[in-house]
Design a protein around this ligand. Sequence first.
Ligand code: SF4
Length: 455
Amino acid sequence: MAPSVALYTLGCKVNFYDTEAVWQLFKNEGYQQVDFEETADVYLINTCTVTNTGDKKSRQIIRRAIRRNPDAVVAVTGCYAQTSPAEILAIPGVDLVIGTQDRDKLMGYIQQIQADRKPVNAVRNIMKTREFEELDVPDFADRTRAFLKIQEGCNNFCTFCIIPWSRGLSRSRSPETILQQARQLVEAGYKEIVLTGIHTGGYGDDLEGYNLTSLLWDLDKVEGLERVRISSIEASQIDDAMIEVLNKSPKMCRHLHIPLQAGENSVLKRMRRKYTTEEFGATIKKLQLAMPGVAITTDVIVGFPGESEEMFEEGYRFMEDLGFAEMHVFPYSKRTGTPAARMEDQVDEEVKNERVHKLIDLSERMQLNYAKRYVGEVLDVIPERDYKGAPGSGLIMGYTDNYIQVVFEGSEQFIGQLCRVKITEAGVNECRADLIRVWDETTVSLRSESGAVRA
Ligand code: SF4
C-alpha cells in the first residue's frame, strides 16, 4: 500500500501555496494524501506565527497529530517553525522542524527519521538567504483559480509584524520560471492566475531592470491566460507604467488590494509604514481616474498602540472619502518580539472592538455602493462552485474581474468557464445576475469605456 501523508495549513495564502508545493514532493515519492483526522504515516503541519494565537493554534494541531498516530513522522514547517524551532522540538513526538526554506530536502529528512527515529532540527538562519525557493505547483484543489508565488520575504519591518523574521528578506522568483509555471497552469486548464507573495509589491526590488510591471507585460503575452490578479500591492509601487499595463492589457483584473493599515499619519509613522495618508490618497485618486470602475480593497489594523479616538475618527473619514470596494478590518494584536508589542498606550480591547465594528459597518456600506454601480452592467465571471457548496441548487457562483461575487442560474458544467452575465441585484457580499452566454476558447472579451465588458 502507498504510504500516506496528512497535511494541515495555518495562516495566510502563501502558506496554503507552500503546502501545495510540499504535497507535490510527497506525490512524486508515491504518497497518497489522507484527511488530517485519519491515521497517516507522516503528518506535516505548516504553521503560522503572525499573532501569538497563531503559535498556540500551531501547537494544538501538532499535539493533535501526535495523538492521532504516535508512530507517525510528525514534521513541522512554516513561520512558527522558523522563529521557534526549540519550542516546537520540545513537544514530545515532534520528529522534524524545517522552517521556511530547504523544503526540497524534506523527503530526505523523512526517510532518515523513518530509519533512525532521531528528531531533526533543520532550521537555518533565514536572514542570510537571498535565493527564492523554487518549488513546483502544477495544480490546485480549486480548479478555477491558480496561485503563482512570485516573491518571498519582506524588507519593510513594520513595527507590528514578525514576518521578516520568519520569512527573511525579499527575494523575487526569476521571470523565466514564473512564465514557465504560468504556461503550465494554463495548459492544465486554469483561466485565472493570482500572483502571490509575502510582499508581492516588493517583486523586482532585487532584480536588475525588471519589475512587476515588466512581469505583467510578459504575462499579458501568455496565450490562453484570461485573467491575472495581483494578491496585494503597495501604493508606492503604482506608477504611470503600472497603470498603463493594468489599463491596456485586457487580462489584468480591475481589482487591486492595497494595504492602508491606518488612516492617520502619526499612527502610520509608528507602524513604520512608508507613506503618508496624502501620498496614499493621491495614488488611489489617480488610479480611480485612470481606471474607471477599478475595485480597490484594503487592510486596516484598528487600535494600534497610541491610536486615540481623534486619530481613529480622522482615519475613518479618510477611508470613507477614498471609497474602497471592501476593507479587511483587524483589531491590533500584540505579537511578541515586535517593537509595537513593547509600545506604551496599548488600546483597551473593548475600545478596539467598538472601532472594528464601526469600520466593518463602513466597509459594508462601501461594498454595497460599489456593487450598485454595476446593476444593469454586463460582466464576465468565472464560476468557482455551486452556490453555498450545494450541488443541484441550479445556482453557481464566481467572481468578476473587479471582484464582485456573483450568483446566477447555471449548470455545474460552467464551473471554470468564462461566463458573461448581466447584474440584476446588488448586495453587500454577493450580487445576483442573469447568464447571457458562456464564452468558448476563441472568444475575446472587450471592455467598454466605463470599464465593463460589452455583450
Ligand atoms: S510590509 Fe510590513 S506588514 Fe507586510 S509583510 Fe512586510 S513587515 Fe509585514
